[in-house]
Structures are given as structure tokens and as C-alpha cells.
Design a binder for this molecule. Structure first.
Ligand code: DHE
Length: 517
């Protein structure tokens, strides 16, 4: 009789340390109480590939081993060995077997009204220019500071949900600001009484929000699930959850971003997985072009379905998906790019067609572009995430009129109608601690600043009058450095914990062409 050998699985099990537990059990024991049995997040953030995508595997293991500073995430080095840490990191990077459900019911169940509207004061509880406040997002310890933009002094500082992203959106009078976290939490905060008034979880993994120009509704763009959520702005109650789909081909799509198109009274959606742009009307009486066939499919494709939503959709077909948009001043045309396409595509929203194409290699970051006038023509300037350059594009002829070489790729450019200078970060290149100044009259770089040698310099926003620029030194021991925009001299330094972005109420609600909206 041949000798009987133990199986490989049995040998491995015998060789494994006595404490080795399967990853799902480790997760249940150590992670579930904070991050949820379903990994969708509870008091701790969601642990899904969509939420962790930007954290490389060794960095993820380091967080499990050592914890995350300035948060409640403890280190597990004393309880888990290296193999267990690696197994847990692998588990949380594994996609969920099924798309989680996050519909009207789940959203409504998460909603909390913290202060009733009738309990709010009828005037600001402080004395400064209400339209020169700044909302500063400090990502290092998940806080927001409300800053008096006249004196550069904090009025309030409060904790936020984990990982706020995108620009906060203001009510048209500048009183309320709405913040969104990558885990889908939307918070409404009253700047007059300096307190959060309501919050709701509108998605599992969200990209950004937009508010209608009348301040009535908020749209939330989601990656998980594949939806656009419309909220009542005053109460954050869900009004509608739209699955973003192509029913004809039975496909759904992540929403890359949602933008407010005030002159059209609509939201415009960039879709990650469908070659379409969606226009969603929020007008109380949507124009006739939104009526008729559901979602404006070609006649005969999807018959018999009537659009009954108060927020009807109009589809604009594309040859390939576009990620990121910049609009001309009338919101008739937009220029879009895909993260890997190497080109810009101009789409006319009225005729629902692509009308021009231009070469735009190096990952342009159109969403953070600014508009100004150069040699009597309206132009847009956009930084590039993948190239040390700034592209300047004529908004009428849709030609690249200038490509300005910079010290490195960067995220943002900021200007102001009262100043001839634009401020450009080069934080994605080797000289991360530098900032360059573009003269918008000559398209020449006229100065290089170094706010804090050796430290990452990022996002910039100007005061309401354009006289001062607030620059982020985006490190844990970071600061906001206030510059005079005429002399480039430092006026003040305020310590901050990794301030990623800051937003001036007046510039945002007046839709200053020097900032994003
Ligand atoms: Fe952003 C805005 C997309 C990575 C900080 N970012 C936006 C917007 C989009 C976008 C579509 C405009 C939405 C709005 O304001 O309504 N961002 C993306 C990406 O696709 C990208 C490259 C990858 C990703 O993981 O999402 C990305 N963004 C980052 C970062 O790594 C940054 C630097 C740090 C962070 O917080 O994640 C970052 N994004 C910002 C900021 C804004 C922003 C500060 C608002 C800028 C403004 O002035 O309006």
C-alpha cells in the first residue's frame, strides 16, 4: 500500500502560527465595531477599494499597524502579526460581492437635523464682513476652520466627517455652507450661528456636490452606488435617487462629478463609465427639451416610458466618457477631458454634440481652471496633473493659444478679477514647496515663491477684494500663509493641520472667474 502523504493545505495549516485566524474573522474581531460589519463605515470610514484606492498597500498596512495620527484609529501592532495585518489589508481592498443598496430609505434613516430652522438667529452672531469669510478644510485632523477674511483670525473650528473632498457649496446668500466627505456625508453648516444644522449620508462613496442657483436643492455625485442623489437643501431630506444607467444596453455608471449650470437651471454630470453627459433640470418647470421620451433616447429605443421625475434627464451622447469639465461663460459649451485621453473635447449642450477637439496631453485638471481675458479674448487656463505645464485655451476658437512651462505638475490655479496675477501650485512635481505667479496680461511667469522651504505648497484662494492670497502649506504641521497680491510679501502666518483647501464666501457666490464653482 502506498504511503499516505498529508495534503498541502494541511501542511500549511500546521505550519501557520497557532493564532492565525481567517481574515473575515480578524475583521469581525478588530474592525467591525468602528467600520461596520458590511465595511460601509460607521464611526470610522468605509473600508472599500473605492474609499481606499488612493492608499498604496504598504501605506494601508502601516495604518493598521501604527494607527492614524489625529484620528481615533489605533495601531494594532500589539495584537496582530505581520501576516494578519497583510491579510486584513488584502480583505479591505477586495470589492464587495454586490453593489450596496443606498436608496431613499437608507439615506433618510441616516439623516439628522441638529438645529431646527426656526431656532436659528436672524442675523450673524459676529461682526465682520459675512461675504469675506473663508471656510478652510484641515484634512490632517478632519476639522474645518471658519476664518474672518478681514482680520485673518479664526471665528470657529469644528470636527468633520473623514476625508472631505471637493469645494464646499454655499447657499446663494452665503449664509449656509455644505460640506461633503468621500464617504458620502453631506453637512449643512450655518455660518451666522457657527454650528452644523443637519447632516445626511447620501452615498457610500461620493465625488462632489453642487447646489442649485436658487439654493433649493443639492445634487450629490456618487461612485458607490452608481447614482445621483437630489437633496432638499434646507433639510437635507432625499428628494430623489437616480440610478445612472443606460437601460438600453443594461449598464450603469459611476458619476465623476456634478456641476451647477445656473443659466440653464440644471446640473451637468460627468460620467465615468458611459459615453454620455447628463443634464438634469432643477427648474420648477423644466423646459420642453426635457419632456417627451424618457432620458431623450433616440426615438424607438426605449418606448413607452415617460419621464415623471421633477428632475428630468437629458442625455448628450459622446464618443468616449469624459471626466472633468470647464464651462464657457454662457454654459452653452463645455470642454471635457478624460484622465487618459490626451485631448480636450468641446461639447455644445444645446445641439447635444461634440463640436471640436484639441490636443491636451498631460492630464489637464479642467475643473480647477480659471477664466480671464487675454488680448481681448476670453481664455481658460488649466494646470496639468501629469505635466509641468499650464495650458491657455481660447474659449471662442477652442485653440490652445499658449502652453506655459512650469516647475512641475500641479492641482490648482487661482486668480481674481481685481488682480492681474494667477497663483499656480506645482505640488505634484519635485519642487513641491514652490508656487509660481503668472501675469495674465503677458502669460509670463513673473515670480516664484517658497512659503515654507521643504514643505508641500498647495491650494490658493484670494480674499473677496483680491488684495490677499491665502496659500496652503499642506503638511500636518502646516499653515496658511497670507500674501499681499500686489507685492507678494507675506502678511501673516496661521498654523493649520494640513489645510488642503479654502473657500471665500463672496468669490464663490458671485462666481468670480478666478476661482472654481
Ligand atoms: Fe480633487 C475638487 C476630482 C484628487 C483636493 N477634485 C475636485 C473636483 C473634482 C475632483 C471633480 C471638483 C469638484 C467640486 O469642487 O465641486 N480630485 C479629483 C480626482 O479625480 C482626483 C485627481 C483623484 C481622486 O482620488 O479623486 C482628485 N483632490 C484630489 C487630491 O488628492 C486632493 C489634493 C486632496 C484630497 O482632498 O483628496 C484633492 N479636489 C481637491 C480640492 C478641491 C477638489 C481642495 C476643491 C478645489 C476648489 O478650489 O474648488
Amino acid at each position: 500500500m502506498p504511503a499516505r502523504w498529508p495534503s498541502l493545505a494541511l501542511l500549511m495549516a500546521l505550519a501557520a502560527p497557532a493564532s492565525a485566524m481567517p481574515a473575515p474573522e480578524l475583521y469581525r474581531e478588530h474592525c467591525a465595531s468602528c467600520h461596520g460589519e458590511d465595511r460601509l463605515g460607521r464611526m470610522g470610514p468605509a473600508l472599500l477599494p473605492e474609499s481606499l484606492g488612493r492608499l498604496k498597500p504598504p501605506a494601508l498596512e502601516a495604518v493598521i499597524r501604527d494607527g492614524r495620527p489625529a484620528t481615533q484609529m489605533p495601531g494594532f501592532a500589539d495584537r496582530l502579526d505581520e501576516a494578519e495585518i497583510a491579510a486584513l489589508a488584502e480583505l479591505v481592498r477586495t470589492p464587495l460581492a454586490e453593489m450596496p443598496r443606498w436608496g431613499v430609505e437608507e439615506i433618510e434613516a441616516s439623516r439628522v437635523v441638529l438645529v431646527a430652522p426656526e431656532a436659528l438667529p436672524d442675523r450673524p452672531q459676529w461682526h465682520t464682513d459675512p461675504l469675506n469669510l473663508f471656510v478652510v478644510v484641515e484634512a490632517g485632523d478632519q476639522h474645518v476652520t471658519i476664518l474672518d477674511g478681514d482680520r485673518f483670525e479664526p471665528l470657529a473650528r469644528f470636527p468633520t466627517h473623514f476625508a472631505l473632498h471637493g469645494g464646499p457649496k454655499f447657499s446663494p446668500d452665503g449664509r449656509f455652507v455644505h460640506l461633503m466627505s468621500r464617504d458620502g456625508w453631506v453637512t449643512r453648516y450655518d455660518l451666522w450661528s457657527l454650528q452644523p444644522v443637519a447632516e445626511v449620508r447620501a452615498g457610500i462613496n461620493s465625488r462632489n456636490i453642487a447646489i442649485s442657483d436658487d439654493g433649493r436643492v443639492i445634487a450629490v455625485a456618487n461612485y458607490l452606488p452608481h447614482s445621483l442623489v437630489i437633496l432638499d437643501a434646507a433639510t437635507l431630506a432625499p428628494l430623489e435617487v437616480k440610478t445612472v444607467d443606460d437601460p438600453f444596453h443594461k449598464r450603469t455608471s459611476r458619476v465623476s462629478a456634478v456641476y451647477q449650470a445656473a443659466p440653464r437651471r440644471s446640473f451637468i454630470l460627468a460620467l465615468k463609465d458611459l459615453p454620455e453627459i447628463w443634464e438634469v433640470s432643477y427648474a420648477p418647470e423644466p423646459p420642453a427639451v426635457f419632456a417627451g421620451l424618457v432620458h431623450n433616447y433616440e426615438p424607438g429605443m426605449v418606448e413607452g416610458l415617460a419621464e415623471t421625475s421633477p428632475f428630468p434627464v437629458r442625455r448628450i451622447p459622446l464618443t468616449a466618457p469624459l471626466d472633468d469639465f470647464f464651462f464657457d461663460p454662457t454654459y452653452t459649451n463645455l470642454i471635457g477631458s478624460s484622465r487618459d485621453g490626451g485631448k480636450g473635447v468641446v461639447v455644445n449642450l444645446d445641439v447635444r454634440r461634440e463640436i471640436a477637439e484639441l490636443p491636451l496631453p498631460g492630464l489637464p485638471h479642467l475643473g480647477s481652471g480659471i477664466a480671464f481675458s487675454w488680448q481681448g479674448r476670453p481664455v481658460l487656463a488649466t494646470p496639468h496633473l501629469g505635466e509641468a505645464a499650464l495650458s491657455v485655451i481660447d474659449l471662442k476658437s477652442w485653440q490652445v493659444v499658449e502652453r506655459v512651462a512650469t516647475l512641475g505638475p500641479g492641482f490648482f490655479i487661482r486668480g481674481h478679477e481685481a488682480s492681474p496675477y494667477a497663483w499656480i501650485d506645482v505640488s505634484l512635481g519635485p519642487e513641491k514647496d514652490k508656487l509660481q505667479i503668472l501675469d495674465t496680461r503677458t502669460l509670463e511667469l513673473v515670480a516664484t515663491l517658497q512659503p515654507a522651504p521643504g514643505k508641500i505648497t498647495g491650494h490658493v484662494e484670494l480674499t473677496r477684494d483680491g488684495r490677499f492670497a491665502l496659500v496652503s502649506v499642506s503638511e500636518m504641521d502646516g499653515e496658511l500663509v497670507v500674501y499681499d497680491t500686489a507685492t507678494f510679501a507675506v502678511v501673516k502666518r496661521l498654523p493649520m493641520v494640513k489645510p488642503v483647501g479654502k473657500y471665500n464666501v463672496g468669490n464663490k457666490i458671485s462666481r468670480s472667474p478666478g476661482t472654481s464653482h
